[in-house]
Each structure stands twice: as C-alpha cells, then as structure tokens.
Design a protein around this ligand. Structure first.
Ligand code: PXL
Length: 277
C-alpha cells in the first residue's frame, strides 16, 4: 500500500486542513501518516478559536518516524503556525522526500490579504520550501506573496499570471481559484486553475458558485495529492481535483451549507475510488 505524509494543522471544526486531507487521501487508497503543525478548536475564519502550537513536538515526532524507518510515496504540506515549522518541514522533505512526490500548498492568505498567522519569516521559509516541491498550489494572493509582487488592484491577464509563474521558477505551479474578479479573460460564473509546467500552460474550467466555502483549497490540493501518482499527468490530476470540488460545491450549495463549515464532501468520497493505486 502507498503511504502519504500529511503535514497540516488539525482544526477540530470547519472542514479544512487535516479533517479534509485525511479522508480524501485515504479514499484514494493511501495509508496516511499525519504530522500536525497545530491543533485548533476550529479554523481561524470563525470569530474565536483556540490554537495549540505543535512546533516544539515536531522534531521528536519526526525522529520517532525515522526510527520506524518510514518511507513516503507522497508528502503533502499545508498550513503552518510558525516559521520554525516551515523550516522543520524543509528538513523533513530533505530527509524523507528523495523519492517522494512533494506537494506544497503554500497556505498564506486569500483575496489579496495574508492570514494573521503569516508573518514575514514564514514567507521567507515558504519560498525555500516551494523550491523543493514537485507541485505547488498557490492561489493568486499566495503567488503574489511568493513572488514579492503586490496583489493587483485591477484585473490582470493570464499572460501576467504566467509571467509570475515563470519568475517564481518552481517545478510545477498550479494557480488555483482564478475568476473574473481578478482575471479579465475568465468568464463570469466560471472558475479556472492554471497549470504551469516546463514553460507550458493549461487551464481548467468549472462552474463558480456564489459562495466560497472554507477549506476549498484543501479539498482541491488533497485530491491532487491522492490522485497524482495514478493520473497520466499533473494537468489530469488538476482536472480531477477541479471537477471533484465543483461536485462538492454543488451539493453544499444545494443544501444551503454554511461557508464556515466547509464543503460537504463526505458522500462524494466514493468517486475517488477509481483513482486508487
Ligand atoms: O483552509 C486553510 C486553513 C487551514 N488551517 C487553518 C485556517 C485556514 C484558513 O482560514 O484557519 C487553521
């Protein structure tokens, strides 16, 4: 059986990070090894939350995994609560990741605003981490932050997004959640992900719903993590993930789901069975 390392926070309520990654990557047929970065009562989009920083425990936790001689087919990292964690994850990638597919979702912010938890130091270490990854999945806010570019005040073109990808220079960049509000060529009511690999670009095209559910990026990246080794290409993994997100968004929208509680993906997990290795 293939094994995945999931490095992310555990937010008890709100369907994001590990409460999304664990079921989705498991449904794709992986044994999941979980390395928490923080434990929160619920994600930070709610008005209040508790936050337990796991940084100090991570080195011993990883040493214990080393003693067990674990190897990983994929390593997927998400939210970090401190800059030290990003550095620890960098070392983790070097130690365990030689033969693994490394997926880094640089969770830093959204809609032009960086999360409160994302300080300058996290950003610096994140640039180092994305350079080690095979696939990264920034949204436009995160791409701008990684490139050191201001978030565009007006709509930008797909050519400009491509140029930023070229400047960043990671192996494969999937710019997520591009929509008409930020990019001129994308039709209203549609949403795209841009895949930049080896200087070439392709785009997905899906229905955009009027509500953006918390943890959507986590659902998307988790599906890529789960299907990347069985799909024919990264572009195909991205299409599978984008279609899965649309199906879950449609269900959540039909049920009038609260955006803070995330996407209702549970009864759609069976759709991922065909990608099991
Ligand atoms: O889904 C991204 C995410 C992950 N983890 C925590 C968050 C968020 C977004 O708000 O608060 C703790």
């Amino acid at each position: 059986m293939k094994r995945a390392a999931l490095i992310n926070d555990l937010s008890g309520v709100g369907r994001c990070s590990l409460t999304v990654a664990l079921p989705i990557v498991s449904a794709c047929g992986y044994e999941c090894a979980v390395l928490p970065t923080a434990v929160l009562s619920n994600h930070t989009g709610f008005d209040s939350y508790t936050f337990y920083d796991f940084t100090d425990h991570m080195p011993d936790y990883i040493k214990s995994w080393e003693k067990l001689g674990l190897t990983f087919d994929v390593i997927y990292s998400g939210f970090f609560g401190s800059a030290a964690q990003v550095k620890i994850t960098n070392d983790f990638m070097l130690k365990f990741g030689k033969n693994s597919l490394k997926l880094v979702d640089p969770v830093l912010g959204d809609n032009g605003v960086l999360y409160d938890t994302c300080g300058r130091e996290i950003l610096v270490h994140m640039r180092d981490l994305v350079s080690k990854a095979n696939i990264i999945t920034p949204n436009l806010t995160e791409l701008c932050a990684l490139c050191g570019t201001d978030y565009p005040e007006k709509k930008i073109t797909l050519d400009r997004v491509e140029e930023m990808c070229k400047n960043l220079g990671a192996e494969c960049i999937v710019v997520t959640g591009l929509e008409n509000a930020s990019v001129s060529e994308i039709e209203k009511g549609r949403i795209s992900n841009l895949v930049y690999q080896n200087g070439k670009v392709c785009l997905t095209d899906n229905k955009k719903f009027p509500v953006t559910y918390c943890g959507t990026g986590d659902v998307f990246a988790s599906v890529i993590c789960g299907v990347a080794l069985s799909a024919k290409s990264i572009a195909e993994s991205v299409k599978i993930a984008a279609d899965f997100v649309e199906i879950c968004a449609q269900k959540t929208y039909n049920n009038n789901g609260d955006k803070l509680f995330g996407m209702q993906f549970e009864d759609k997990l069976g759709l991922l069975k065909e990608y099991c290795l």
